[in-house]
Design a protein around this ligand. Sequence first.
Ligand code: 3PG
Length: 391
Amino acid sequence: TDLIAEGRVAGRRVFIRADLNVPQDEAGRITEDTRIRASVPCIQQALDAGAAVMVTSHLGRPTEGEFKPEDSLAPVAERLAELLGRPVPLVAKWVDGVEVKPGEVVLLENCRLNKGEKKNSEELARKMAALCDIFVHDAFGTAHRAEGSTYGIAQYAPVACAGPLLAAEIDAINKALAEPARPLVAIVAGSKVSTKLSILKSLASKVDQLIVGGGIANTFLLAAGHPIGKSLAEPDLVEDAKAIIAMMSERGAAVPIPVDVVVADEFSALARANKVAADAVQPSDLILDIGPKTAAELAGIIARAGTVVWNGPVGVFEYDQFSGGTRTLAAAIAHSSAFSIAGGGDTLAAIAKYGIERDIGYISTGGGAFLEVLEGKTLPAFEILEKRAAG
Ligand code: 3PG
């Protein structure tokens, strides 16, 4: 970004790796374009500075070398052209050469269609590096992957640097975790403890309060000796849940276990919801949300927070009868004066559903990448760019 700001890209060939991996419906229409909008500033800055701009991204997880129409970035090119207010031609075959003039931008077709992209083959990386004078990594959503267009090209391009989105994302997460206004509250929810175990453990050593929700809370309910009926849970991780509870209690904070829950006898849009006390869950019950007393208690914790990190809805918020917990917490975060940071696909969907985008301090474009930073990992994107910066 400094290179762009310093005007050192005029007339240069700039290769931007963005994350334009956006959800689409069956007809191929983009249903959510946050990542495209977040990628515009970097592209616009490079264009304004007079660079010849190439942009690429992956879309989904296609089979290398096997083009299928649904793998195409064509809808993304269209949306990008609207946002930039200029044509964005899509280049189908580009590894061996790209024609683009200074002040113009082209979109290079789904980079995961290239053989060697996923495995980061040196041959492909060197070819991509040869396309440009400057490589700009601006794909925070893909910063946890070491692929040809994210890592390999950064090794071999004449110059490699971070784009403004990549920089803003890591700054926001560092602001939330490294020097947080306290109390620092983390909400980690979602279906399984197993997929978030290391994040829970890492956060339990940093945060002042840890709130768990969704299927994760069911395993914590088991650990606290409550019945959970036929709810989703991972009994073999009860000991890990107990260890996390112990870590937090050493820090002087209890992990709040739901006192009431919303149950149904089936997982469906038409299921009838019942609010029950946590110790009154029946063998035939499925826990699909936290109850109103629990939600009010958690909202109180959020109201007193200095910083809130939010990943994961606490219930099946897609169905209205099980959305009360997530809605209450979303409102609490929106109304709180705390600096808040949120990330993950489901969390972004909840934020959009409740229309609180403007009330969140920072919304990350990362799913897996956001989680890995929360876990305390150094992502490959930052590792290679730091290595290049060190010379
Ligand atoms: C994401 O959607 O999390 C990123 O675009 C990374 O996609 P991937 O999990 O297919 O690498």
